[in-house]
Design a protein around this ligand. Structure first.
Ligand SMILES: Nc1ncnc2c1ncn2[C@@H]1O[C@H](COP(=O)(O)OS(=O)(=O)O)[C@@H](OP(=O)(O)O)[C@H]1O
Ligand SMILES: Nc1ncnc2c1ncn2[C@@H]1O[C@H](COP(=O)(O)OP(=O)(O)O)[C@@H](O)[C@H]1O
Length: 406
């Protein structure tokens, strides 16, 4: 029997690099950069001959075939092999291979601006933007603002600000356009390959007018409304994470901070070690609810997307939010089981039906349908933007007080 293929969750920089490689933006001959893999996982992966790379949401984005270990200088060999056997934390092993692309990576802020394929950018009009100070003021008409920065949902990243500011500048310049490439930092080789592919000569770039560049970014401060906890509950595959990410993305794009507590991510960090017994699920959802209520207590917006199968536990989360002076919005993502099972994005229903995953919600574990959610959303055949609009409307209503219950 062939050994199972281990799954790695690499750094955001490594995922960014894979995304740019996948789009062909480093040129046709570019290969994969080595990935740092914990030593025990590397040993298992090398034995299996392959490694699956998953993004932060657990979506498999690539399978690395023909796997081999490389030394830090790029030569073949088992990096870290010199670590003493008694070392509890042996150095990570660098591995590389041939990537076979799987699912599209999960969406993120400004994804619609990402360059998806090598494309001539009218080199004489390109302005390279690697930080706020590179954004000319005013932006020349017809400019192509090529932003080399990573954007992300999790936490304030400088990249989000840079893209927002570039977009603001481009709005005022007829014919100007912003394109984003999430180039990893400290990768001069990759930067050079990208610019060659796009036909951009950095030596011929205009010097940016650094005057008042930071002011390009309009930060709306003003009155701070009350915090909100949004709990999206529903079966696996119903669309909780996808809708939650879409809502969070909209908020980030308009400059509103948001904390996204996705079921899978929470289980990897905050509630690592818990299983899927009824008791463990309760603990999982309550811990998540507690953190969300803390975020909302300080005026923030927390969007949570666990299955949260028990009505009583969901009501406890409501009480936690109430207790911290925050508003609570319950969204039932009511996509029927048949549709969730048809989607089966992660292959879990098939495994549950085979009996490989016990206590699987909707198949072999219960789900209490909420009686009176603030919003019920069946995503079957629905446009994601419409679903996000509905959740946003409920969120905005709650934030402004309209959504309060007696
Ligand atoms: N037995 C079983 N039942 C349901 N789900 C399972 C199970 N085992 C693993 N998974 C995966 O875990 C994700 C659900 O975790 P949650 O923390 O949201 O569940 S719960 O609220 O504690 O019930 C769920 O993710 P989503 O598909 O995003 O909902 C599954 O990927
Ligand atoms: N309107 C929609 N809203 C959300 N997801 C949708 C919609 N239409 C189709 N889908 C698809 O359904 C799947 C939902 O998966 P996911 O968001 O991970 O669900 P969950 O987090 O509930 O397990 C994704 O593959 C998504 O592309």
């Amino acid at each position: 029997m062939s050994p199972a293929t281990p799954a790695l969750h690499p750094s955001r920089e490594a995922l960014d690099d894979l995304e740019v490689l996948r789009r062909g933006l480093y040129g046709p001959d570019a290969g994969m950069r080595p990935l740092a893999v914990p030593a025990p996982m590397a040993a298992a992966a090398l034995e299996a001959g392959a490694l699956v790379v998953e993004d932060a949401e657990g979506v498999p984005v690539a399978r690395v075939e023909d796997l081999r270990a490389v030394e830090r200088d790029g030569t073949d060999g088992l990096a870290g092999a010199g670590a003493a056997p008694e070392d509890a934390h042996p150095a990570p092993v660098l591995v590389t291979g041939r990537p076979v692309w799987l699912s599209e990576p999960s969406s993120r802020p400004f994804q619609h601006l990402h360059l998806r394929a090598p494309e001539p950018l009218a080199a004489d009009r390109v302005v390279l933007v690697e930080g706020l100070a590179d954004i000319p003021s005013p932006v020349p008409d017809g400019a192509r603002l090529l932003v080399l920065a990573s954007t992300a949902l999790d936490g304030p990243t400088a990249g989000n600000d840079v893209v927002r500011a570039a977009s603001a500048g481009a709005l005022a310049a007829p014919g100007a356009r912003v394109v984003v490439v999430p180039l990893p930092p400290d990768a001069p080789d990759r930067r050079a390959a990208l610019l060659t592919t796009l036909g951009v000569d950095p030596a011929r770039q205009p010097r940016p007018d650094r005057r008042a560049a930071e002011q390009t970014l309009a930060i709306v401060e003003g009155h701070r409304p009350r915090g909100v906890v949004v709990l999206l509950t529903g079966l696996s595959g119903s669309g909780k994470s996808t809708v939650a990410r879409a809502v969070a993305t909209r908020l980030v794009e308009e400059g509103t901070p948001v904390t996204l507590l996705d079921g899978d991510l929470v289980r990897r960090h905050l509630t690592a070690g818990l299983g899927f017994s009824a008791a463990d699920r309760r603990t999982n959802v309550l811990r998540l609810g507690w953190v969300a209520a803390e975020v909302a207590h300080h005026g923030g917006i927390a969007i949570c997307s666990p299955i949260a199968p028990e009505d009583a536990t969901r009501e406890q989360v409501r009480a936690l939010a109430d207790g911290r002076g925050a508003r609570f919005v319950l969204v039932h993502v009511a996509t029927p089981l048949e549709e969730c099972e048809r989607r089966d994005r992660k292959g879990l229903y098939a495994a549950a039906r085979r009996g490989d995953i016990p206590d699987f919600t909707g198949v072999s574990a219960p789900y209490d349908v909420p009686d009176h959610p603030d919003l019920r959303l069946d995503t079957t055949g629905r446009d994601l933007d419409e679903c996000a609009d509905q959740v946003l409307a409920a969120l905005v209503a709650a934030r402004s007080g309209e959504g309060d219950r007696a």
